[in-house]
Write a protein that binds this ligand. Structure first.
Ligand SMILES: CCC(=O)SCCNC(=O)CCNC(=O)[C@H](O)C(C)(C)COP(=O)(O)OP(=O)(O)OC[C@H]1O[C@@H](n2cnc3c(N)ncnc32)[C@H](O)[C@@H]1OP(=O)(O)O
Length: 254
């Protein structure tokens, strides 16, 4: 079985996780969850790593969310809650990761792909990339805690617009809403400029600032709110509206 998360360590002081399921537009499977969590643990333990960067393999997708085919067999609230809370716990771990994190949107970021991006401290996107919290159009909500995290990061009206509409935005439009921090024109490798100064700082300084956020989120029980979000999503997961929406994606004719 091929690796679904490639890990690359850069001598400048960052570690890149590359979501690697191009034939599924880098959708999140159970295997990817396991490898993603292991990569986070590896980065946490490596004292040379100052920043973690998450991106997708290829130029089509950052991440297309949960693997709709693999998770389609989850039918009831309890079955889906197991999967949702598992990835939710990993996204909490990412949100409270002790060093700065960056989502580098090389291609489409849809559904859970936007939840992963939300859990990072910064979101950079290649010009023209399409992204959206499409869960509402599938009869569910974000289920990995992404809305609770998003509400911590961008203005309430922008977050509600992205979540309630459930539609696709360009990177440029998402920047207007505050979801994207920087749109990269031309070569995607230009993203490195964004972290040039941060990489020159002492890791202790980076971790101290991150700790301020983590303390706040612990005090305001972000973890509990994310678990509640998974529970709410699981209730909607078992509705006909959701199963029909997934059926029509999986059976769409090309
Ligand atoms: C856990 C809750 C959630 O995450 S809910 C949100 C789930 N995700 C989605 O609804 C997104 C579904 N995917 C898409 O909208 C498109 O594939 C996007 C990402 C925009 C990419 O479009 P495009 O580059 O044209 O590729 P495509 O649609 O032809 O797909 C190529 C092959 O990949 C597959 N794929 C794509 N996304 C998923 C997914 N999330 N789960 C499982 N499979 C996925 C497609 O079915 C397609 O497969 P095939 O080549 O037809 O066999």
């Amino acid at each position: 079985m091929s690796q679904t998360v490639l890990v690359e360590k850069n001598e400048r002081g960052y570690m890149k996780f590359i979501l690697h399921r191009p034939e599924k537009r880098n959708a999140v499977s159970y295997q990817l969850m396991e490898e993603f969590e292991a990569a986070l643990d590896q980065a946490a333990q490596d004292n040379d790593v100052k920043v973690v960067v998450i991106t997708g393999y290829g130029d089509r997708a950052f991440c297309s969310g949960g693997d709709l085919a693999e998770f389609h067999s989850l039918y009831t609230e309890e079955e889906s809650y197991g999967m949702l809370s598992k990835m939710g716990a990993i996204l909490y771990k990412l949100a409270v990761f002790k060093k700065p994190t960056i989502a580098l949107l090389n291609g489409s970021a849809v559904g859970g792909g936007c939840e992963i991006a939300s859990a990072c401290d910064f979101r950079l996107a290649k010009s023209g990339v399409k992204l959206g919290f499409v869960q509402a159009s599938l009869g569910i909500t974000t289920g990995w805690g992404g809305a609770s995290i998003l509400l911590e990061k961008i203005p309430y009206q922008s977050a509600m617009k992205l979540l309630l509409n459930g539609t696709i935005y360009t990177a440029e439009a998402a920047k207007e809403l505050g979801f994207i921090d920087e749109v990269i024109q031309g070569d995607l490798e230009e993203w490195e400029r964004f972290v040039d100064t941060i990489l020159n700082r002492e890791v202790g300084v980076l971790m101290a600032y991150k700790n301020l956020l983590i303390n706040k989120w612990e005090e305001t029980d972000l973890k509990g709110r994310m678990e509640m979000e998974s529970r709410q999503c699981a209730k909607l997961w078992e509705t006909d509206a959701h199963h029909q929406a997934v059926d029509s994606f999986l059976n769409k004719t090309k």
